[in-house]
Design a protein around this ligand. Structure first.
Ligand code: C2E
Ligand code: CA
Ligand code: CA
Length: 720
């Protein structure tokens, strides 16, 4: 599993997202504050310039107020325009000067609000003040009259004909008490001055305001604005100017610095995030490694049992879903325990590693390869052709282990027994599939090891019954309850006992009794044969050491015989029991030896080196072939009972026996005929050249103490 795949979302959730939220919050807050400062600076400046604009407008109005007071409170004015208007005087003094700079229009309004004189741009006009300025002028006039009680005037802004003007009004009064002006009051003088571009430019200049102008509606953003109201409180115009926006200026100037600081801040944060990502990843990888390790077999690096089970669960689900085939190989090394016990764990481990490496290569097409523990391995194959592949791989695993391996100068040879189970249409679950593979594997073991067995339902029935027997046998072995009986092997001519064959017996007092034909295969199937064989070998040697001269033949199961330590076991047993090696014979059967010719010969050689003889048992059954006699250096041949019983009935059987004996003779092998039950067999076989006999005719297998008596009896009887 690539750890980063699932890591990124988890990192995002746990570290990245909170950090980004925190960092961006801080950055945003900072920007907000800095921006706030700039904006506030701008706002303060705008407020300050608004005040300035206000002052500018005030100054404009005040200058008009000064002018109007100068003109209205004047003796001449009172005389010439106070009550009735002297047109000539008024034209000369006020009319002609309109439009020259101080004011643009002049009106004289009587106490009833009627315009009695009007002039604009140096000429008389007949537009009334009310028509010109609108009805608000009435308010101005009223205000000026009220103010005039205190000697003042009133002024306000008006919008007229698209222009904005300052308008001032003052009651015409004599400056000093004049007899000729007495009673001549009631008229109000009105001056107006348009605030045109020239005025605004001058104002802007003296108040250091940029782009001062009137606008109607909203002012464009970033500019200062004040609203100009009429005397009745209506907005008549907006006065805007270009804000100097010192905040913006500062921002423009220092924006880069602030940005750089932010960038550096983000950079530092990125580094911190990267470092924490690395830490996070490392921690996660360590964790992933731990998980992987818990799924891996430490010694071989293959999957372990746990992962095997989960892989099988997964593959089984997939195979069922797509109706595709699935096969499982279960393999168990034969003779591994012995390698481990005699050479030590270090070599045992090396052997397991080597086997695992080989299996991994052979099973490279497999979905999963696992070491289940000990010397058990498993493989899962899926997809088309998986059944054939499983058989082929299992077979190649056997071939792979055929050659002995050398570790630290020691030869370790093991074989492998494999069971194969194919996914059937039935609903077998994971446990059931494993169980079936196991049953098939045991079937392979009990059939003589180093072979492949395919699971069949029939294997189950046999196995269930055998399991109970195996359990009982285990107990008998552990408690030393098995016994060994001895069947004499006699000289064909003298009938003297030359030796005995040791035959194991199920305890006499056991509730159910089994013959060796039944329990020996079970011992082989359930892995008890080596303990059993060791017991018999030891017992037979111990007994034989007490008899003089005769040899003892011990049956050795192929499983036992192919154990790399078998020769050593024999050596130790001989030493312990004190039996002369020359008096020991081991009997082995043919089948397995043919399958493993090289190893069999190696073992035979080692036994010969120790002067232990080897007999080929059960000749004439199964695959017996005279040719094999040449290939293996046996010392003795045992003609099977079935062959012996046939010779009197079938001439072909006799010819075969005769040919075999002649061949054995030529190869220097002695021949024992088994199962001799009557004298006619004795004579025929003696003629054929058989040198030794064994059978009920001479003696059934008997117990050790009986044999002692038997020997005393027969040997003396024969001697006399
Ligand atoms: P085997 O090696 O062929 O042993 C000879 C069998 O023939 C013995 O049967 C013996 O009792 C029987 N027999 C001998 N003479 C006669 C006769 O005249 N007539 C008849 N009908 N039978 C005769 P047993 O003891 O039942 O052993 C059966 C097989 O069990 C043996 O066949 C051998 O393969 C195996 N076996 C017995 N003891 C051991 C043992 O300690 N280790 C191993 N690995 N196998 C053993
Ligand atoms: Ca035998
Ligand atoms: Ca036999």
């Amino acid at each position: 599993m690539p750890p980063n795949k699932s890591l990124a979302p988890s990192f995002t959730l746990k570290v990245l997202a909170p950090s980004l939220v925190a960092v961006s919050s801080i950055a945003l807050l900072l920007l907000y504050i800095v921006n706030g400062i700039f904006e506030e600076t701008n706002r303060l400046d705008t407020a300050a310039s608004a005040k300035l604009v206000g002052l500018a407008m005030d100054s404009q109005r005040r200058s008009l107020e000064t002018i109007i007071v100068d003109n209205a409170v004047w003796n001449d004015a009172a005389i010439n325009a106070g009550a009735s208007v002297n047109q000539k005087w008024t034209d000369e003094n006020w009319g002609v000067t309109t439009g020259l700079g101080t004011y643009d229009s002049v009106f004289i309004v009587d106490q009833h609000g009627k315009t009695v004189y009007a002039a604009r741009d140096g000429k008389r006009s007949d537009v009334s003040a009310e028509d010109y300025f609108g009805e608000d002028v009435v308010l101005l006039l009223a205000a000026s009259r009220e103010n005039n009680a205190g000697g003042g005037q009133a002024s306000a802004m008006f919008r007229s004909g698209g222009n904005i003007s300052n308008v001032s009004a003052a009651l015409i009064l004599p400056f000093s008490a004049l007899p000729e002006a007495a009673g001549k009051v009631g008229n109000t003088l009105v001056f107006s001055r348009t605030i045109d571009d020239g005025v605004l430019t001058a104002l802007a200049k003296s108040y250091a305001l940029d782009g001062l102008r009137f606008t109607s509606g909203r002012s464009p953003g970033g500019d200062g604005v004040i609203s100009l109201n009429s005397i009745s409180g209506r907005s008549i115009a907006n006065l805007t100017w270009k804000s100097r926006s010192p905040g913006t200026v500062v921002r423009d100037r220092y924006g880069f610095v602030v940005t750089m600081i932010l960038v550096m801040f983000l950079f530092v944060i990125s580094i911190l995030l990267y470092m924490s990502w690395k830490g996070f990843k490392e921690a996660h990888e360590a964790q992933a490694e731990a998980v992987a390790a818990s799924l891996r077999d430490d010694l071989t690096g293959l999957a372990n049992r746990r992962q095997m089970l989960s892989a099988l669960t997964r593959c089984l689900g997939a195979a069922r879903a797509d109706k595709s085939p699935l096969s499982v190989i279960y393999a168990d090394l034969d003779g591994f325990k012995e390698v481990n016990d005699s050479y030590g764990h270090e070599i045992g481990d090396k052997l397991l590693k080597a086997a695992a490496a080989g299996f991994a290569y052979l099973g490279r097409e497999a979905e999963a390869i696992a070491r289940l523990g000990g010397d058990e391995f498993a493989m899962i194959l899926t997809g088309p052709g998986s059944a054939e592949k499983a058989r082929r791989i299992a077979q190649s695993m056997i071939s792979f282990l055929e050659e002995p391996m050398v570790f630290d100068g020691r030869i370790a040879s093991v074989s492998v027994s494999a069971g194969v189970v194919d996914l059937e249409a039935d609903e077998a679950d994971v446990e059931e599939i494993i169980r079936r593979a196991d049953v098939a594997m045991y079937a392979a073991k009990s059939a003589g090891r180093a072979r492949v067995h395919i699971y069949q339902a029939s294997l189950d029935f046999k196995r269930d019954g055998n399991r109970a027997m195996a359990l009982e046998l285990r107990e008998h072995i552990d408690k030393g309850r098995l016994t060994v009986v001895y069947q004499p092997i006699v000289d064909a001519r003298t009938r003297r006992t030359k030796g005995v064959e040791a035959l194991v017996r199920w305890p006499k007092d056991a509730a159910t009794r089994y013959t060796p034909d039944i329990f020996i295969p079970v011992a082989e199937e359930f892995g008890l044969i080596e303990d059993l064989g060791r017991f018999v070998l030891n017992e037979a040697c111990r007994q034989a050491a007490q008899w003089r001269d005769i040899f003892v033949a011990v049956n050795v199961s192929p499983i036992q015989f192919m154990n790399p330590n078998f020769a050593e076991l024999v050596e130790i047993t001989l030493k312990r029991t004190g039996l002369d090696a020359k008096r020991l014979e081991v009997e082995v059967t043919e089948g397995f030896i043919i399958d493993n010719a090289a190893r069999a010969n190696a073992i035979i050689n080692r036994l010969h080196d120790m002067h232990v003889r080897v007999a080929l048992d059960d000749f004439g059954t199964g695959f017996s072939s005279i040719g094999h006699l040449r290939r293996f250096k046996f010392d003795k041949l045992k003609l099977d009972r079935s062959m012996v019983s046939d010779i009197l009935r079938q001439p072909s059987a006799l010819r075969l026996v005769q040919g075999t004996i002649a061949m054995a003779d030529a190869l220097g092998l002695s021949v024992v005929a088994e199962g001799i039950e009557d004298e006619s067999q004795v004579s025929v076989l003696r003629l054929a050249g058989c040198s030794l006999f064994q059978g009920y005719l001479f003696s059934k297998p008997i117990e050790a103490h009986e044999l002692t008596a038997f020997l005393n009896e027969t040997q003396t009887a024969l001697a006399s």
